[in-house]
Design a protein around this ligand. Structure first.
Ligand code: 13P
Length: 333
């Protein structure tokens, strides 16, 4: 296998102890949902204001190792004309880029989805590298219910495509984050979530290894193992932590560069508490931290409310949220 030490340096920077990754990679459409939370219109100007406030917040580099952007935001710049990627790099934060192009229905497979975005990806990676990106993200979706299990064929096809993405990323000197998201919405039990997350991760890592992806130069972005949001009994942070780590020990090879969590629609408080409970279980074979979107952005958006007089306060809220998650990633809450 061809090894690329630059990839390991990027992995080490992203997984630095006490830091995490901000997933600010909403597509323009999804960014509109965030802005709608504070009754802002989904215009390019509002999206720019939103991202500029996030990325220029003083001292976020103390708690953030990386920021994932979207195609339109990695090309975007501050009011002063500095590319967002350059703002981040100057702070020592690694710029990242979401490269999948969302999901589509998988023909012949009821309610199952396939992630697309492989077309021309080698050329896109070359351009993103020039724009400053040193890591990337590709998300696939696994939707479960207590009596609904994804087919092997759909999971495997998604994993093969994700693996192809990971190969192309590494060839371009870009660390791939692979994100199989087991969706939190549903009526499934914690046990069902554990079973399906373990199965998905086993298929994914088997595929990555078959196609000789260098796992030390790759990061897994995983859901926490959670009972569905409509399940009758909600589970404690300790139960979530135990189930999540059992899952990883059954499926994630130890050489994998690191594991980061998505928040998946949990409240910001719950995501942080669960992360803290996971870290409290002690050192694991992989560094583990957060890569939240909603759980970091929601408190910020509520403080900002789209008003310039609230900008400073919102940036302080962002810093505090990142600090709490950084402490949680070390089990220090
Ligand atoms: P959430 O933390 O809001 O789940 O988003 C993380 C992410 O990157 C989704 O793809």
């Amino acid at each position: 296998m061809q090894r690329n030490t630059k990839l390991y340096e990027t992995v080490a920077a992203l997984m630095a102890s006490g830091k995490g990754i901000l997933a600010a990679d909403e597509s323009d459409g999804t960014a509109g949902k965030r802005l709608a939370m504070v009754r802002l219109e989904n215009t390019p100007e509002n999206r720019q204001d939103f991202r500029e406030l996030l990325f220029t917040a003083p001292n976020i580099e103390k708690y953030l190792s990386g920021v994932i952007m979207f195609d339109s935001s990695i090309r975007n710049e501050t009011d002063d004309g500095v590319l967002f990627a350059d703002v981040l790099t100057a702070k020592g934060i690694v710029p990242g880029i979401k490269v999948d192009r969302g999901t589509r229905a998988l023909q012949g497979f009821k309610d199952e989805e396939i992630t697309q975005g492989l077309d021309d990806l080698d050329n896109r990676f070359a351009e993103y590298y020039d724009l400053g990106a040193r890591f990337a993200k590709w998300r696939m979706v696994v939707t479960i219910d207590e009596d609904k299990t994804p087919t092997y064929e759909a999971v495997r096809m998604n994993c093969v495509m994700m693996t192809r993405y990971a190969q192309l990323a590494q060839a371009a000197g870009i660390v791939p984050i692979v994100e199989p998201e087991v969706i939190h919405a549903g009526d499934h039990s914690l046990e069902k979530a554990e079973l399906e997350t373990t199965r998905t991760l086993q298929i994914l890592f088997q595929t990555l290894q078959e196609y000789r992806v260098d796992l030390a130069g790759l990061i897994l972005k995983s859901s926490m193992v959670l009972a569905g949001d409509r399940y009758q009994n909600q589970t404690s942070a300790e139960e979530v932590a135990q189930a999540t780590l059992r899952t990883f020990h059954m499926s994630v090879p130890h050489e994998t560069g690191g594991i980061v969590f998505l928040s998946g629609g949990q409240s910001p408080k719950r995501a942080t508490e669960n992360l803290n409970a996971i870290a409290k279980l002690g050192a694991q074979p992989w560094p583990i931290t957060y890569s939240f979107s909603r759980a970091i952005e929601e408190p910020f958006l509520n403080a900002w409310a789209g008003k310039s007089e609230n900008s400073q306060k919102a940036q302080e809220v962002l810093l505090e949220t990142c600090k709490q998650n950084s402490l949680a990633a070390q089990g220090k809450l």
